[in-house]
Design a protein around this ligand. Structure first.
Ligand code: T5A
Length: 214
């Protein structure tokens, strides 16, 4: 494997926390600073992974069991890492990724009941265990989350977003637990303010990355 010289940053959190908005703002600012930055997302990011995304979020028949779902996310991630994420950081670029491994750990693991060690071992097998340099977890109150999702989606939701409140509460608890367990990789961002104020918090976390040319 060639040397890794770029940066890999992931944005995580429950539904409607503002991850996609903040990922876009961060990528725009980095590109404007002259840093080659690729903005991508999971599930998806490559043609193969986007095809798996469609299977996951709009599943055929009865939907997937927890183990099949975990395997599909890991397979999509393997293609995304091999074809987009790793080549970008190896040539010195930055990757900003809207969700990554920790979503599998929180959704399929913490909420779905799959053992965390098993989720991580699927990632080891599929993606050689690649981890981000920085993972930001966005935390918002339930009221803020509901208002944002109602305004954006109305009554629409996908197969995973539409799961019950207990499932999503377990997802949120899992993200905060990961951040507590691994404070050197995680930064918890209060996402309750307006987009520019939240972006300022994101920028502080990113400029704190060791060796970042900012
Ligand atoms: N999943 C994913 C797994 O189960 N396992 C995995 O391993 C992975 C990778 C993906 C689904 O797949 C699951 C998790 C998800 O259920 P998705 O369609 O990609 O689904 O959607 P999410 O990633 O969940 O994104 P969300 O739909 O939850 O939204 P975001 O990205 O958190 O929020 P965003 O930025 O789209 O904002 C939501 C709305 O709020 C507004 C925006 O304009 C938008 O309308 N908004 C704000 N309003 C006021 N103030 C702010 N600061 C705002 N920020 C955003």
């Amino acid at each position: 494997m060639t040397q890794r010289v770029g940066r890999f940053i992931t944005l995580e959190g429950g539904e409607g926390a503002g991850k996609s908005t903040q990922a876009r703002l961060l990528a725009e600012r980095l590109n404007a600073s002259g840093i080659e930055t690729v903005l991508t997302r999971e599930p998806g990011g490559t043609p193969g992974a986007e095809a798996i995304r469609a299977l996951l979020l709009d599943p055929p028949g009865e939907g997937w069991g927890a183990r099949a779902e975990a395997l599909l996310f890991a397979a999509a991630r393997a293609d995304h890492v091999a074809r987009l994420i790793r080549p970008t950081i190896e040539r010195g670029g930055w990757v900003i990724c809207d969700r990554f491994l920790d979503s599998s750990r929180a959704y399929q693991g913490g909420a779905g009941g799959i053992d965390d060690a098993l989720v991580c071992s699927l990632h080891d097998a599929g993606s050689e265990g690649l981890l981000p340099d920085l993972t930001m977890v966005f935390e918002v109150s339930n009221n803020v989350r509901s208002a944002r999702l109602a305004e954006r989606d109305g009554d629409e939701s996908d197969a995973i977003g539409g799961r019950d409140a207990a499932y999503h509460a377990a997802v949120n608890r899992a993200f905060l637990k990961f951040a507590e367990q691994e404070p050197e990789r995680f930064s918890v961002i209060d996402g309750n303010a307006d987009p520019d104020a939240v972006h300022a918090r994101v920028w502080d976390a990113v400029t704190g990355l060791g060796g970042a040319p900012l």
